[in-house]
Design a protein around this ligand. Structure first.
Ligand code: ADP
Ligand code: MG
Length: 238
């Protein structure tokens, strides 16, 4: 089970109050999109959930476990960024296998899991290449494949498509949706792109200035935005 709860979460950097009393409940296996203008705190929220930032107040739960003091590697989370963050000197295979090697997974199992993830992302023919020999789209597929290999309970994606061109973005969006259906894990997908949010999320959380404005289905957000900001941001006529 990997439901996720942000329970009155605050995050303060110095004198900047970035997340303000954030409350989000995400049921197991949901595809939640977190959307809002640049600088509103989306990445910080993901980084707090992944354990890459310490929260200032409140608590974060994964399943029924409070993870405030749990190390990132023990949170059963994989995170994919827009910058791919692949190791440049390693082949695609080794990039994907790296986390499993650290955990001393037996070699034959590593091979099987990497090949299975490569098949899902259609990158089986690229396993011997280095990242610099790949296109941007291929690199992002490798980054996704590397996350799949770890078989995490939760996938976090922080604007994973923003370095891709429009056509590739549309295609990869569809693939990420398919991946979610296939893996049946909890996904949180961060974007500042309203279209992406409205087409991908089963529910959408709209943030502004570190404050959650509304968390609802695309239809409800469109039909019943709680305020002018939400209406304007998602392009609702009301
Ligand atoms: P988003 O991902 O929505 O664009 P971020 O979470 O990256 O927003 O940033 C939210 C706010 O927090 C911004 O004002 C940013 O400058 C600030 N911030 C993010 N990380 C740090 C940090 N390490 N130190 C100080 N301020 C930060
Ligand atoms: Mg960000």
């Amino acid at each position: 089970m990997a439901s996720i709860t942000f329970d009155h979460v605050d995050k303060i950097f110095g004198d900047v109050h970035v997340l303000k009393d954030l409350n989000i409940d995400i049921p197991d296996q949901e595809f939640l999109v977190l959307v809002g203008p640049s600088g509103c705190g989306k990445s910080t929220a993901l980084r707090c959930l992944a354990g890459l930032e310490e929260i200032t107040g409140g608590q974060i739960m994964i399943g029924d476990r409070v993870v405030n003091n749990v190390a990132p590697k023990d949170r059963d989370i994989a995170m994919v960024f827009q910058s791919y963050a692949l190791y440049p000197h390693m082949t695609v295979f080794d990039n994907m296998a790296f986390g499993l090697k650290l955990r001393k997974v037996p070699k034959p199992e590593i091979k099987r899991r990497v090949e299975e993830a490569a098949e899902m992302m259609a990158i089986g023919h690229l396993l011997d290449r280095k990242p610099r020999q790949l296109s941007g789209g291929q690199r992002q597929r490798v980054a996704l494949g590397r996350a799949i290999v770890r078989d995490p309970a939760v996938f976090l994606m922080d604007e994973p498509l923003s370095n891709l061109d429009a056509k590739l973005r549309v295609q990869t969006r569809a693939e990420i949706s398919k991946l979610h259906q296939r893996l049946k894990t909890t996904f949180i997908y961060v974007t500042h792109d309203q279209t992406e949010a409205m087409t991908m999320g089963s529910r959408i959380a709209v943030m502004r200035d570190g404050i959650m404005q509304q968390l609802d289905s695309p239809q409800t957000l469109y039909d019943h935005p709680v305020n002018k900001f939400v209406a304007g941001f998602i392009g609702s006529p009301s």
